[in-house]
Design a protein around this ligand. Sequence first.
Ligand SMILES: *Cc1c(COP(=O)(O)O)cnc(C)c1O
Length: 388
Amino acid sequence: MSFNLAARLAARHTDNLYRQRPLLQSPQGPVVQVDGKEYVAFSSNDYLGLANHPEVIAAMQQGAAQWGVGGGASHLVIGHSEPHHQLEQALAEFTGRERVLLMSSGYMANLAVITALVGKGDTVLHDRLNHASLLDGGLLSGARFSRYLHNDMASLSQRLQRAQGNTLLVTDGVFSMDGDLAQLPELAAQAKAHNAWLMVDDAHGFGVLGQTGGGLVEHYALSTEDVPVLVGTLGKSFGTSGAFIAGSEELIETLIQFARPYIYTTSSPPAVACATLASLHLLQTEHWRREHLQQLIAQFRQGAQALGLNLMDSPTPIQPILIGDSGQAMAISAQLREQGVLVGAIRPPTVPVGSARLRITLTAAHTAEQVQQLLDALAVCQLEVSNE
Ligand SMILES: *Cc1c(COP(=O)(O)O)cnc(C)c1O
């Protein structure tokens, strides 16, 4: 009785915030089967189209044959196997950092780093639009917690001046729901000036940005000194699962000793590390995937502008269309679905209240024809056009 779950669930419905899980009945890809119907989908984070790539699948199969399925124990006990170790070394080379620590998920990686580096008496500064896992890491750490206005250096500077103790400045690289970029060179300069450390979670930048897919830090050519803590996830452009933290030898050793979300969990299946080694190779060498993606982004933005849609300032495969009202975002998502196009409606609390949006994501596996199909479907929907 006292929990009153029924009332909470009912309120979620009346607020148009009730969430349902679409049932995926095919592998991830530009065309998927969902709830018994086929759609052209623009909603996954498989930006390079590697989640169902034959070479990655083969690497996972061979990995499972050689290493079995389960990790079997935590890394510190006896779960740290050779494929995990090889992947850490390959990712260190890829990111140009001294050392890398492999984690089971990005959510855990962020909890691990923040709680190991700061605590009571310290300060964590967040961009307002940071991913939930970064905010949760800050809360769990017990450090003083403050959010600055999105990408606003003046707002950040005020907070840096008031910061106490060890200060960690935390930002998404590519903002996950908006697609825009953190101003990393400015952030790195501010951090340095105030003796703070900059931590970048580039979940959506790796694979997509940079000449070899090294993400926003490669794009801006920033060193370990500029960005002492770099987080990447493996479930997006890499197409597999897990995450990594890259930095100095000392940082990684500190995490191994003190990061509870690293210490107290079973290692991920070694075969997943084998698959990720294969996808890392494709991600680095098949530059055409990034080029094709950029062409699709340009095509989509041109077409959407011609339709007068509310595009955001995004140079990345995340191309949201701002709607505002949650009910309307859901209605438009349903209209698209009727036309065979799947796009997620993202609502609060994932995004700020009043900024519900269609989160369109493009991937290297899409064709120009499929992007045109999306634009044609959007043209039919009753969308508010921008008044610019
Ligand atoms: C997806 C995402 C995460 C979480 O990564 P998982 O591996 O899915 O747990 C963390 N940070 C950002 C910015 C993300 O977009």
